[in-house]
Design a protein around this ligand. Structure first.
Ligand code: HEM
Length: 166
């Protein structure tokens, strides 16, 4: 069952999502750099919409695989660590980290959808700064921080569940 490609006995889709979580942060930093320092609003819009769609498709495929194919994350962890590992303090810690991760992982798509839909409606095409700028900058920074925390906590979960000793 552990058919991941990163060598940690995780599932294939978990390894795909880990790669996406690592890639999204520099892509986002580049997009914010483009808009803030290069004033390239069009490329910023296109990059953000592409990132949003790719992340949504990746996470949807991940969730279907996780719940339907593997029957939940605990089965994947048991496969990698053995049945008894779920009774250890290390497993309890992994579960706590997962709860924290879920707070960000659930709010992020909602914030991103809201930020993107409002921006597409209220900025002209091609986009230029305007009346929506003030609200968009706030939503944009919240969305950016939210996904960064999703990434950091998701990677911490993966590390504790599949890589760390114990
Ligand atoms: C989740 C998706 C998005 C995120 C996270 C995001 C993030 C940001 C951030 C953080 C800024 C402010 C940078 C600064 O401090 O100067 C910004 C500016 C801007 N964004 Fe986005 N953005 C997103 C989607 C979009 C979309 C879809 C559009 C166009 C339809 C857009 C158009 C703009 C424009 C025009 C500005 C410049 C505002 C100004 O300086 O007056 N953004 N964005």
């Amino acid at each position: 069952m552990g058919n991941g490609f990163l060598g940690n006995d995780a599932s294939f889709m978990l390894d795909v999502v880990v790669c996406a979580l690592v890639a999204v942060v520099p892509a986002l930093l580049f997009s914010i750099y483009l808009v803030k320092f290069k004033r390239n609003y069009l490329l910023h819009r296109n990059l953000q919409v592409t990132l949003g769609v790719v992340l949504l498709l990746t996470v949807a495929a991940f969730e279907v695989d996780l719940q339907v194919v593997h029957g939940g994350w605990e089965n994947i962890v048991k496969n990698a660590r053995g049945e008894d590992w779920v009774n250890t303090p290390a497993f309890a810690q992994v579960r706590n980290v997962l709860w924290i991760h879920l707070v960000f992982a659930i709010s992020t798509p909602l914030m991103w959808a809201f930020t993107i839909i409002l921006a597409l409606k209220r900025f002209p095409s091609p986009p230029t700064p305007g009346e929506h700028s003030g609200l968009h900058k706030k939503l944009g920074w919240i969305s950016a921080i939210d996904i960064t925390l999703t990434s950091v906590t998701g990677l911490l979960f993966y590390y504790l569940a599949f890589i760390a000793a114990g």
